[in-house]
Design a protein around this ligand. Structure first.
Ligand SMILES: C[C@H](O)[C@@H](O)[C@@H](O)[C@H](O)C(=O)O
Ligand SMILES: [Mg+2]
Length: 378
């Protein structure tokens, strides 16, 4: 488990006098002293584990890199390791977008060598805390934690680049094995023939469904896609951008979908969602809500539990999307145990946000935006 706040960063100039023997010399670098700017980061966790990072330098050059590391240190200090690795992409961007330091890069030269030393230390720390070599940490990152937590169904985004989709689907299928469910989501990227063609190529990864293969308004297009893909064992899922119950009715009548995705915040609240649940029951189409976003999981769990108890009375082919994101801002966040939603017990619709979260994130006057907006304006 990732733990601790980064409490100390030190950097040392470590040089080996290799120039004495001419080791490593080349046509340009005739007197290299192989060196490293050596970064050590420590946390306030009790385990005493330290992260070590280096960048490779040649002798005197190290002095300059050490300065750059010190100049970057404030981005790392006092950060929770959990927050860093939880949004490593964002953290990387933060480090490489330092408004003043990036001028002497950007993302190259001294400042980038320093970035590498710092980030290498972060990776080292993280992998040590997890008790794994970095390669294993990387290999295990995809679905492994989710598998460990008991999740049996996984969704992958597709539609931007076929070769890349094939590569990622292969990795995921290999990790989850043939039994677990894989779903794909194209977020409306294709036209109708393209959806059929693309998904025929991805069929070998045995997806349960392709979600939003094309425009959410194209009811007959969904029907055509459905006709072509169902024989390949792929169902059509849609609904997160379905604007009202009438569209759902037409999708159902046109046999355009095999999985219906209600959305607690796009349809007219509980009321309209109930009518869609009932229609889905009439057509014997499983409801598999869209969730994630902000609070969608919190809300939709109420609807899907109602569906199970009072409408469909079935779990067959039914899933409720879950994304582990932003729940901490809610007063009654969803509870997930062993990959399942636990029925909420607090009165209400689980919609109440924590006042401090609202205050902080209120746009444009909340603390978070006050900090961000001037930075963005400059
Ligand atoms: C922009 C959003 O995150 C979508 O990518 C998301 O709703 C997605 O389609 C989903 O099914 O969760
Ligand atoms: Mg989707």
């Amino acid at each position: 488990m990732v733990r601790g706040r980064i409490s100390r960063l030190s950097v040392r100039d470590v040089r080996f006098p290799t120039s004495l023997g001419g080791h490593g010399a080349d046509a340009m670098h005739t007197d290299p002293d192989y060196s490293a700017a050596y970064v050590v980061i420590e946390t306030d966790a009790e385990d005493g584990i330290k992260g070590c990072g280096i960048t490779f330098t040649l002798g005197k050059g190290t002095e300059v890199v050490v300065c750059a590391v010190n100049a970057l240190a404030h981005h790392v200090l006092n950060k929770d390791l959990k927050d860093i690795v939880g949004d490593f992409r964002g953290f990387y961007r933060q480090l490489t977008s330092d408004g003043q330091l990036r001028w002497i890069g950007p993302e190259k030269g001294v400042v980038h060598l320093a970035t590498a030393a710092v980030l290498n230390a972060v990776w080292d720390l993280w992998a040590k805390q997890e008790g794994k070599p970095v390669w294993k940490l990387l290999v295990d990152m995809l679905c492994a934690q989710a598998l460990k937590d008991g999740w049996t169904r996984f969704k992958v985004k597709v539609g931007a680049d076929l070769q890349d989709d094939m590569r990622r689907c292969q990795i995921i299928r290999d990790m989850i094995g043939p039994e677990k469910t894989l779903m794909m989501d194209a977020n409306q990227r294709w036209d109708v023939p393209e959806a059929v063609e693309w998904m025929s190529k991805l069929a070998k990864f045995k997806p349960l469904w392709i979600e939003e293969p094309t425009s959410p308004d194209d009811i007959l297009g969904h029907a055509t896609i459905s006709k072509a893909l169902v024989p390949l064992g792929i169902g059509i899922a849609t609904g997160e951008q379905c604007h009202n119950r009438v569209i759902f009715k037409q999708l159902l009548q046109a046999k355009a979908l095999q999985f219906l995705q209600i959305d607690s915040c796009r349809l007219g609240s509980v009321n309209e969602n109930l009518s869609v649940l009932l229609m889905a029951k009439k057509f014997e189409i499983p409801v598999c809500p869209h969730a994630g976003g902000v609070g969608l999981c919190e809300l939709v769990q109420h609807l899907i539990i109602f569906d199970y108890i009072s409408v469909s009375a079935s779990l067959e082919n039914r899933v409720c999307e879950y994304v582990d994101h932003l729940h901490e801002h809610f007063k009654y966040p969803v509870m997930i145990q062993r990959a399942s939603y636990m029925p909420p017990k607090d009165p209400g619709y689980s919609t109440e946000m924590k006042e401090e979260s609202v205050k902080k994130h209120q746009y444009p006057d909340g603390e978070v935006w006050k900090k961000l907006l001037p930075a963005q304006e400059n």
